[in-house]
Design a protein around this ligand. Sequence first.
Ligand SMILES: Nc1ncnc2c1ncn2[C@@H]1O[C@H](COP(=O)(O)OP(=O)(O)OP(=O)(O)O)[C@@H](O)[C@H]1O
Ligand SMILES: [Mg+2]
Length: 214
Amino acid sequence: MRGFFVVFEGIEGAGKSTLMHRLSRELERRGIPFKTTREPGGPRTAEAIREVILQRDLPIEPMTELFLLMASRYENTVKTIIPALEEGYIVISDRYRDSSVAYQGYGRGIPIEFIEELNEKATLGLKPDLVFIIDISVEEMLRRIESRGGEKNRMDSQEIDFYRRARRGYLLMARENPDRYVVLDGTMSEEKLIAKIMDIMRQKMKEKGVGYAL
Ligand SMILES: Nc1ncnc2c1ncn2[C@@H]1O[C@H](COP(=O)(O)OP(=O)(O)OP(=O)(O)O)[C@@H](O)[C@H]1O
Ligand SMILES: [Mg+2]
């Protein structure tokens, strides 16, 4: 596919949305065509599924949660991500298939192979060209969730060990696939982080032969 697919992953409050926003501004400034999306969510139907997944007081079985995420992922993949990549856009997603491996797999204990099998169906086999794992400790995560205030959603309200397992899962995935995954220390300044992100994207896009230079 012609475009370039970048995903931001990491536990709650790691800085994914902040960095995606910064990256969008950098790309706008350079006149580079890009689209952003998020998971769960993206197209309207997937956003409706997101509402169900994130409602804190709605009891959901782990398997139901997994299937809802996969349904949302399929909608996002076929309606938003693949068409944009085919047109040559840079697509930036706030979470994608590795969130399910980290959260539902390492976090909730659903077998990883089963999740990857569903991921293959839900993504039509699509893998990101580059995954930034924004890494913070669970203690830092708690501080950030508290200072953010407001209503907590279901994914902000899990037991502490759930996030420790998810974080470990992310770091393992990165270790197993060093060519496509980059772990960034989420406690560095936003300026340093965005500079690193731009450097790495520049290099990876060149390697892939994407038509624009950053
Ligand atoms: N590099 C950074 N250094 C310090 N604070 C940061 C940094 N990046 C983001 N923050 C702060 O951390 C909080 C969470 O950031 P953000 O909403 O971007 O995280 P997120 O990964 O998108 O979280 P969620 O998974 O809950 O959507 C915000 O208050 C933000 O200002
Ligand atoms: Mg966010």
